[in-house]
Design a protein around this ligand. Sequence first.
Ligand code: DC
Length: 224
Amino acid sequence: MIVAIDGPAASGKSTSAKLLAKELGFLYLDTGAMYRCVSWAVIKDEIDLSNDRQLLNFLKIFKIDLKNTGNRSSFYVNNKDVTDLIRKSNISQRVSEVSAIPDIRDFMVDIQRNYAKSKNCVMDGRDIGTVVFPKAEVKFFIIASDEVRAKRRKLELESLGEKKSLSELIDEIRRRDDFDSNRGHSPLKKAFDAIEIDTTDLSIDEQVKLMLGIVKQKIIGNKK
Ligand code: DC
């Protein structure tokens, strides 16, 4: 079974997806982290995204690994642990541009589909219910107000030792949503059959409970 979770930046997708996967005993894949990994490598290697040959050569040697230990998912790029580095602002500022490149998306979508092949998986991102797994058994579209999303992002950055004002973060999140929703390839969009959940006034416990109830209902329905 695939549970697809999409939605705009910092809406609470990853937090609820991770806990939901744990409760269900499913695999979990944060596809946003994958696009952040490739962005980290693009910046480090100073790849010119308009140079097709350079980009294809870069992708040939680009290797991404995910290691799950306890509650933590760690991402490795060519064997380097980039888990914390990919959350920093310099990555958030480039990731929309990098993830809009069709060759990069095709490369990532292959990995995502293979990862979940014949397995139970909760996957979160922007195009999971629309493009990666359009036949996913359960689809959620998670939203929250801009202010609440910026507050969540502020706390995440502070835990990494970075400080940014709320208004800067609101602007950054809006810019990213706008870019992600208006790109030509696999834009951020609610699938017609996705269940929308607004997490603005929900605690993490409440949102996970709500989603868990919906998935369990589906599992019971499948057994009948
Ligand atoms: O979920 P996140 O904020 O970490 O995602 C970072 C960026 O990656 C987001 O701005 C758009 C892109 N992304 C995407 O294009 N497709 C996905 N499935 C997941 C993320």
